[in-house]
Ligand binder design. Structure first.
Ligand SMILES: Cc1ncc(COP(=O)(O)O)c(C=O)c1O
Length: 456
C-alpha cells in the first residue's frame, strides 16, 4: 500500500467525448497544447507534478530570502554535497538551465557528446552550443528480453569514439542519464558506470551524470544487482555520483520539487566559468533563480527521495500498472522502471510507418477515449528533421510514455487509464496517422501543430 495518507485534495476535470474531440482539434492534435482543465488523468510528465510532503510544506516557512549567502542555500548545498560528494554546488531553476550553463562553459562546439540516451532538452542544449549529441544505447536496450540494466550504453561504440585515431569529431563529454528517460526509464548498473567512468578518464574526457532520477536508479540497483543486495538506495546513489566529474539534476523529479535543479562540479576552473554564466542568466550563486523557500523544500525533498518504503511502493505501483496494461493487450517495454510505463506504439499500430507518427496517434486516442494525457517519445520528439528539407531521420522507437507523477494518483485512477488503453488497443487497426503542419526549429514536440493524415 502507499506509505502515506492524503491531506489535501484537488478536483479533477471530467469532460464529455464531444468536448474532448473539440479540444484536441483546437490544440492542433498536440497534447502539450491542451489546457490542464481539459485533462482528466494527466500522465504527460512526472516533472514538477509530484505532491510535496507535509515536511516540505512546513520547510517553506523557513525560507531565507536573502539575496546572497542565504541560510536556505547553505542547507541546500549541504544536502546536495552529501549526496554527490562534489566540491561545487550551483542551484538552478531546473535541469535544462544546468545543461545550458554547462554546455556553454565546456568546449562543446564542433564536438560530440556521448550518452546512453540524451533527453530532449539535453539534445537541444548540445545543438545550441554547436555540438552533436550521439546516443550509444546498449545492445540489451535493442531487444525485448527482460535485461535488468537496459540503461547501460554500448561500451564497444564508446571505446571506438574515444580511441585516439577515431575519424569523427572529438568527444566533449560522456554522460550517463539515470534512469534512461528517452529509452524507457531503464536503470544503469554501478559496475557499468565504473567502466564508463574509467574509459572516459583514460581518454581525458569529462564524465557526467544526468541525475534527474538518481533515487529510482539506485533503488532498482538494490533490487536487480546481486552485488547491491542488502544495501540502501541512498548508499548506492552516493557511490554513483562519486564516480563522476560532475552532474546535473532536474530536482522536479526524484527530489519532489515543483521547480528546481542543481549543477555540481569538481573542477575549480570550470565551476568558475559556470558560476559567471549562472550570475548573468539565472541569478546569484546562492539562489540560481530559486527562492529561499524553494531551496528549503528541495533540501527536504532530497532527503525523502531515497526513503525505502516510498521507493518500494513506487516500483510496485509501476510494475502493477505495466502488467495490467499488458493483460489488457497493450504492448509495453519491459522490465518497467519506476517513473513511467512506455507503450510500444509501433507494435500496436504496425500499419503506421514512423512518418505517420504512430505514438501521436495512440496519444490522441487515449485522450479522446478517456481524457488521459501522455507524452509521445517517438519520431515527433526524437526524429531529426533534415536541414535540406528531405524526410526526417526517424526515432529509434515509437514510444508513448505514461509518466506517473509522484504521490498524486491512486490505483483506481490508473485502472481508468488501463480501461482507456484497452479500448484504444481494441480499435488499433482503425487508428490513422498524423502529419506535422507547423514546427519550431528545436524541441518541436512541445509546440508543433499536427493534423490527421486523412480527415477523421
Ligand atoms: C533525463 C532528463 N534530463 C533533463 C531534463 C530536463 O529537466 P527540466 O525539465 O527540469 O529542465 C529532464 C526533464 O524531463 C529529464 O528527464
Amino acid at each position: 500500500m502507499e506509505p502515506y495518507r492524503i491531506k489535501a485534495v484537488e478536483p479533477i476535470p471530467f469532460l464529455t467525448p464531444g468536448q474532448r474531440a473539440a479540444g484536441l482539434a483546437a490544440a492542433g492534435y498536440n497534447l502539450f497544447r491542451l489546457d490542464a482543465a481539459e485533462v482528466t488523468i494527466d500522465l504527460l510528465t512526472d516533472s514538477g507534478t509530484g505532491a510535496m510532503s507535509a515536511r516540505q510544506w512546513s520547510a517553506l516557512m523557513n525560507g531565507d530570502e536573502s539575496y546572497a549567502g542565504a541560510r536556505s542555500y547553505r542547507r541546500f548545498e549541504d544536502a546536495v554535497r552529501e549526496l554527490t560528494g562534489h566540491r561545487h554546488v550551483l542551484p538552478v531553476h531546473q535541469g535544462r538551465a544546468a545543461e545550458r550553463i554547462l554546455f556553454q562553459s565546456l568546449p562543446v562546439a564542433g564536438r560530440v557528446t556521448l550518452a546512453n540516451g540524451h533527453f530532449d532538452t539535453t539534445i537541444a542544449n548540445v545543438l545550441l552550443a554547436g555540438g552533436d549529441p550521439v546516443d550509444l544505447p546498449g545492445p540489451e536496450a535493442r531487444d525485448d528480453a527482460p535485461h535488468p540494466f537496459k540503461g547501460n550504453l554500448d561500451l564497444d561504440r564508446l571505446a571506438a569514439h574515444l580511441a585516439p585515431g577515431h575519424p569523427g569529431p572529438p568527444a566533449a563529454l560522456v554522460v550517463l542519464t539515470v534512469t534512461d528517460n528517452a529509452g524507457g526509464g531503464h536503470p544503469v548498473s554501478p559496475a557499468h558506470a565504473r567502466e564508463v567512468a574509467a574509459r572516459a578518464r583514460a581518454a581525458g574526457v569529462p564524465f557526467f551524470l544526468d541525475a534527474a532520477r538518481f533515487a529510482e536508479n539506485a533503488h532498482l540497483v538494490t533490487r536487480r544487482d546481486p552485488a547491491a543486495a542488502g544495501r540502501s538506495a541512498a548508499e548506492v546513489a552516493r557511490e554513483l555520483f562519486r564516480l563522476a566529474d560532475g552532474s546535473w539534476c532536474s530536482m522536479k523529479k526524484d527530489a519532489f520539487g515543483n521547480i528546481g535543479g542543481f549543477l555540481t562540479l569538481q573542477d575549480d576552473e570550470l565551476a568558475e566559468r559556470c558560476r559567471n554564466l549562472l550570475i548573468a542568466t539565472e541569478g546569484y550563486t546562492s539562489y540560481g533563480g530559486l527562492s529561499g523557500r524553494d531551496l528549503e523544500a528541495l533540501a527536504t525533498g532530497l532527503a525523502e527521495a531515497t526513503d525505502p518504503d516510498y521507493l518500494a511502493d513506487r516500483e510496485s505501483t509501476t510494475a502493477w500498472f505495466a502488467r495490467a496494461l499488458q493483460d489488457a493487450g497493450v504492448p509495453v517495454l519491459t522490465p518497467p522502471g519506476c517513473h513511467a510505463v512506455y507503450l510500444d506504439a509501433a507494435a500496436l499500430l504496425p500499419h503506421l510507418p514512423a512518418r505517420s507518427l504512430p505514438a501521436v496517434s495512440l496519444a490522441c486516442e487515449l485522450y479522446r477515449a478517456g481524457g488521459v494525457r501522455c507524452a509521445e517519445m517517438g519520431s515527433l520528439t526524437f526524429g531529426r528533421p533534415d536541414p535540406a528539407g528531405g524526410p526526417d531521420t526517424p526515432a529509434r522507437r515509437e514510444l508513448l510514455r505514461l509518466a506517473l507523477p509522484r504521490r498524486v494518483y491512486t490505483r483506481s485512477h490508473l485502472e481508468h487509464v488501463v480501461r482507456t488503453a484497452a479500448a484504444a488497443a481494441a480499435r488499433a487497426d482503425r487508428l490513422g496517422g498524423y502529419r506535422i503542419v507547423r514546427q519550431p526549429p528545436h524541441l518541436r514536440h512541445f509546440s508543433a501543430v499536427l493534423a490527421p493524415e486523412t480527415a477523421a
